[in-house]
Design a protein around this ligand. Sequence first.
Ligand code: S3P
Length: 198
Amino acid sequence: MAPDLQKLDLQKITSIRSRLDRPVALIGMMGAGKTRLGKMLAESLGLPFVDSDDEIEKAAGLTIPEIFEKFGEPYFRDGERRVIKRLIEEGGQIISTGGGAILNADTAHELWTQTVCIWVKADLNVMLERTARNDKRPLLKNGDPREIMTRLIEARYHIYEQAHITVESRNGAAEDALAQALNEIDAYLNQSRMRAEI
Ligand code: S3P
């Protein structure tokens, strides 16, 4: 869905564009809304959007469930680390990462130091409802999705919390999440400039 640019603060967007010297990366759980927010941010800021899962699928010539099935999760995670490193090095884009990308310490370090990193956060029920719409998440297939998601939340939230920015994603309020993300990016860039000047 293209964001309604009329409603956004064009001056703020121009100012963000002139100061943004790193890619913006979105992290967070499956179904949190990283892709939706990422595409809207890309559209508003006039930057390309890339999704690490799509890039892994392209590189492997296989879908994510096929990679998990044929080669297992550690193999997928290694490909994910390499792909995200490359996407960050390419610069100048909005990168949506797979929910488990931050489990790799190298990837997490790259995200904290080389990107403006946004944790997209949603309620468990919202994430369950969104992930139930398709069959694309192998990790949710081996048991009760609510239990699996709850376990993943316990293991991951303390890492996601290290992102520079947190944005709440609710059903039906995509423009709100976009406005929140733009405000927070603006504030974060101001802070980093102030830190650089001290
Ligand atoms: C995963 C999330 C998925 C995908 C893979 C594993 C995870 O991406 O990378 O199925 O470990 O949370 P999304 O977060 O885009 O669904």
